[in-house]
Ligand binder design. Sequence first.
Ligand code: ZN
Length: 348
Amino acid sequence: MAQALVLEEKHKLALREIALPEDLGPDDVRIEIDTVGICGSDVHYYTHGKIGPFVVTAPMVLGHEASGTVRAVGAEVTHLAPGDRVCMEPGIPDPRSKASKLGIYNVDPAVRFWATPPIHGCLTPSVIHPAAYTYKLPDSVSFAEGAMVEPFAIGMQAAARARITPGDIALVTGAGPIGIMVALAALAGGCAEVYITDVVDEKLAIAGGYDNVHPINVTKTDAARTLAEATGGWGADVVFECAGAPASIQTALEAAAPGGCVVWVGMPVDPVPVDIVLAQSKELRMETVFRYANVYDRAIALIGSGKVDLKPLISDTFAFADSIAAFDRAVEARPTDVKIQISLGTPG
Ligand code: ZN
């Protein structure tokens, strides 16, 4: 039995004892959790009890964005040792699956992902995890930043799918946590300038705090026109749609340059009509993103080198004992909040 933040059912959280796996397999590590970030999906399970086909039907431990310290390693583990500071990939595929063999383990139908029903998450002091999906953090990366690698990995996946050419001009629609992560990954991936849209000035101000990120409030300014003006009438080489709203999906197609690329990152709640002819008339390349695969090492390298600074995105940190208050704060969705984290480690 271990203490954990348990979603009992929709709208009902409890910090209580629950039975969790304790057996350390030969390829596993035991990790003392230090920091866990609250994700939009965690909040959605709390407020709605489901995401698409994934329904909370039994008590489930929340949390999947985590860092910590290795305390024990299985007999076959060679690349990690007790005392190593690490972060973890929350999705574990079946290594024998066709998807895994093809290197696209993120779309393995058998993937087991933390805090996606019925799989427990990691908001508990200690977890068992496969060493293959546990990554050592350099000394320059704090636990708080280590817990940001998971959401940043989605930005990395989007940047990789876009096949950015150095000097590309990008548009990101939506300045939520993922939109900002995508903007930073696009810059790290070679984009010269990134424009980012939203309807909330506070979110745009946070995004615009980064060099070469240019906010556009779409309630006042037309994004496609802004991109046209910035590119001699040509348009954005790459558009990352991160809002999932019908209006921004149309904006993405309008703002893209002929021969450009649109990456669909945002997830519309309901199916959305898409102007195929507009896309065809510019022969746009379209890419989709579902989580990420094989990007953690590069994500950690970018954060460790200082090329990507995620620290300004950590809005507040709560103690583990105050986990429920942390979630209620995340539900508030303050416009100035990007990421709320929970610290299980010793302060400092
Ligand atoms: Zn997440």
